[in-house]
Design a protein around this ligand. Structure first.
Ligand SMILES: Cc1cc2nc3c(=O)[nH]c(=O)nc-3n(C[C@H](O)[C@H](O)[C@H](O)COP(=O)(O)OP(=O)(O)OC[C@H]3O[C@@H](n4cnc5c(N)ncnc54)[C@H](O)[C@@H]3O)c2cc1C
Length: 471
C-alpha cells in the first residue's frame, strides 16, 4: 500500500487535489530504478590508477567540478600535466543524475545571495551570468553534445500567498498568461526568467566534458578511490599514487579527504521520476512550447522539465537526511517518495492521467548551511577544495573550477577577493544534534508551506544566524 503524503489543516494544492491512489500505482507500475540520464548512454572507459605517476595538477573526483577544473587548467596553460582520479566512473554521482538546470546563480538564488553578501551581490550576479554565457560558448566551441537549451526558468505560484512573491518580478505573468505557456490548473501566477537558466542533459554534459578534457591532454583514471592526500603532496590509491605540485579536491558530498571539511556538508537525498515520451496529444494538452525549466515556490519545491524526446523529468519535494550523514545506495529506493512525486505530477498535469513513469532515481546533494559552494586551501596552499553547492552546482561548478585554479596560482583575482569565496559556512553539529536539528528544520519548512509561508521561530533564528537546511 502506497501512502501519498500528510494532510494538515491548511493542505497544499498537492494534498487538496490528489489523483486517485490507483492512478499513481498504475503510472509507477512499470518504472525501473535507473537514472534516465545515464541509461544506455555511450561512454568511454578509463583505466585504473596503477603505479607511480607525476603531474602538475591532480584532481580528485570526475564530476562537473573536477572535470571543469581539468578543462580550465588546460585552457589556461596547455602545457600543464593534469590527471583526474575518480573513485567510480565519470559523472556517475550528482553530475550524472541531476535536473540539468544550469543556472547563472552562484549563490543558490538571488534572495540567499543578497541576504548574505548584499555589498557584492551585483558582482556575484555579473560573474554568474558571465559564467553561464561561457558555459554556452564552451559547449559550442568544442561541439559538445550536451543538449543545451537556453530556455530559462518559469517560476510558478501554486498557492495564493506565493503570488505576492512574484509580483515585483519583471517577468511576472498572471494566471491566464502563465497557463498560456504551460497549462497546469495548479498555477496561479508565474514569472519567466528567460536568460539565467540553460537546460542541459546532465549525463551527456559530464561525458562530453571528459571527452574534451582528454582531447586537451588530461589523463583520467576511474575505479581508483583516493585514500589519502599526504605531504608532498602525493595522493594515494590502493594500487597507485600521483605526485603533484597541486591537488584539487572535487569530491562533493563524499567524505572529505580533509578532516576540517567533514562537518561542512551533509548529504540530503533528492528524488526524481521520468515519464515515457509524451504523445503529440499529451503535449498539446500541456502546451509548454517554450520548453522552459519549471520550479514552484514552496520551501519543499518541485522542479521539472522536458527531455529531448519530450519526457517529463520531475524531481524535488522530499529532502531526506539519514542519521550519520552517510552516502548509501540503499537510501535511493523510497517507494513513498516516488509515489508522492507521481501524485504531485498528476496533480500538476491531470491531462496526463495514465502516463507511465519509466525511470525513478535519487542522488545525494551536498548541502551546506549557506546553500552555496565554499572554497579553501590546505597543506601549505597546495591543496584546494570546493564543496557545498546544495542542489545548484551544474553551472556554479565551472565558476568553482576557476576559483580553485586562482587560489592555487596564489595571485588575487576578482573571484578570490569575494567575501563569498573567502568566508566559510557554519558547520553542522555532529550527531545526534545534526539529525535532530535537520528534522526540526525540515518539519518547520513543511509547516511554513501549509501556513502561507510564515516562518516559525526556529526558521527565523536560523535565518538570523545565516544558517539553514535546503536541497
Ligand atoms: C537529484 C539531484 C538533482 C539536482 N539537480 C540540480 C539542478 O537541476 N541544477 C543544479 O545546478 N544542480 C543540481 N544538483 C546538484 C548538482 O548535480 C551538483 O551540485 C553537481 O553535480 C556537483 O558536481 P561535483 O563534481 O562537485 O560532484 P559529483 O558529481 O558528486 O562528483 C564528485 C565525484 O568525486 C568522486 N569522489 C569522491 N570521493 C573520492 C575519492 N576519495 N577518490 C576519488 N574520487 C572521489 C565521486 O565518485 C564523484 O564522482 C542536483 C543534484 C542531485 C543529486
Amino acid at each position: 500500500m502506497i501512502t501519498v503524503g500528510p494532510t494538515r489543516s491548511q493542505p497544499t494544492v498537492f494534498e487538496r487535489r490528489p489523483p486517485a491512489t490507483g492512478l499513481v500505482e498504475d503510472s509507477l507500475a512499470g518504472s525501473r530504478h535507473q537514472v534516465f540520464w545515464l541509461d544506455g548512454l555511450d561512454r568511454f572507459h578509463h583505466p585504473e590508477l596503477i603505479g607511480q605517476h607525476a603531474a602538475d595538477l591532480v584532481v580528485i573526483g570526475a564530476g562537473y567540478t573536477g572535470l571543469w577544473t581539468a578543462v580550465r587548467a588546460k585552457e589556461r596553460d596547455p602545457g600543464r600535466r593534469v590527471i583526474i582520479v575518480e573513485a567510480c566512473e565519470v559523472g556517475w554521482a550528482a553530475s550524472g543524475r541531476n535536473g540539468g538546470f544550469c543556472e547563472a546563480s552562484l549563490t543558490h538564488g538571488a534572495e540567499n545571495g543578497r541576504s548574505r553578501w548584499a555589498e557584492e551581490y551585483d558582482e556575484l550576479e555579473r560573474l554568474g551570468r558571465r559564467n553561464l554565457d561561457e558555459i554556452e560558448t564552451t559547449v559550442a566551441r568544442y561541439a559538445m553534445d550536451a543538449e543545451l537549451e537556453r530556455t530559462g526558468t518559469l517560476s510558478v505560484a501554486t498557492e495564493p500567498h506565493q503570488i505576492d512573491w512574484l509580483a515585483e518580478d519583471p517577468g511576472f505573468l498572471d494566471q491566464g498568461a502563465v497557463r498560456e505557456l504551460v497549462d497546469s490548473p495548479t498555477y496561479l501566477a508565474g514569472a519567466w526568467d528567460r536568460r539565467d537558466t540553460a537546460l542541459v542533459h546532465p549525463g551527456k554534459l559530464a561525458f562530453e566534458l571528459a571527452r574534451v578534457a582528454v582531447d586537451l591532454g588530461v589523463q583520467i583514471f576511474e575505479w581508483s578511490p583516493v585514500e589519502s592526500v599526504d605531504d608532498g603532496p602525493v595522493i594515494k590509491t590502493k594500487r597507485g599514487a600521483v605526485h603533484a605540485d597541486h591537488v584539487v579536491l572535487a569530491t562533493n558530498v563524499f567524505p572529505s579527504l580533509l578532516k576540517r571539511n567533514r562537518l561542512q556538508t551533509v548529504p540530503v537525498y533528492d528524488y526524481v521520476i521520468a515519464t515515457e515520451p509524451l504523445t503529440a496529444d499529451q503535449k498539446a494538452a500541456v502546451g509548454w512550447q517554450g520548453r522552459q525549466g519549471i520550479a514552484d515556490l514552496a520551501n519543499h519545491f518541485h522542479y521539472y522539465r522536458l527531455t529531448a524526446d519530450d519526457r517529463i523529468v520531475f524531481g524535488g519535494y522530499d529532502a531526506v537526511y539519514h542519521w550519520g550523514g552517510r552516502v548509501r545506495s540503499a537510501y535511493e529506493e523510497r517507494p513513498d517518495t516516488y509515489a508522492k512525486l507521481t501524485s504531485h505530477l498528476l496533480t500538476t498535469f491531470p491531462q496526463l492521467e495514465g502516463v507511465a513513469i519509466t525511470h525513478r532515481w535519487a542522488g545525494a546533494i551536498d548541502t551546506c548551511s549557506r546553500f552555496c559552494a565554499f572554497f579553501g586551501l590546505a597543506r601549505d596552499d597546495r591543496v584546494a577544495y570546493a564543496a557545498g553547492f546544495t542542489g545548484l552546482g551544474v553551472g556554479a561548478s565551472r565558476f568553482a573550477a576557476d576559483v580553485l585554479l586562482d587560489l592555487l596560482a596564489g595571485t588575487p583575482t576578482e573571484r578570490t577577493e569575494l567575501a563569498m569565496v573567502r568566508q566559510r559556512p557554519i558547520p553542522f553539529p555532529p550527531e545526534p544534534l545534526a539529525s535532530l536539528g535537520i528534522r526540526l528544520t525540515d518539519w518547520s519548512m513543511h509547516r511554513a508551506d501549509r501556513n502561507e509561508g510564515r516562518r516559525n521561530l526556529l526558521l527565523k533564528a536560523l535565518d538570523a544566524v545565516g544558517m539553514g537546511f535546503d536541497s
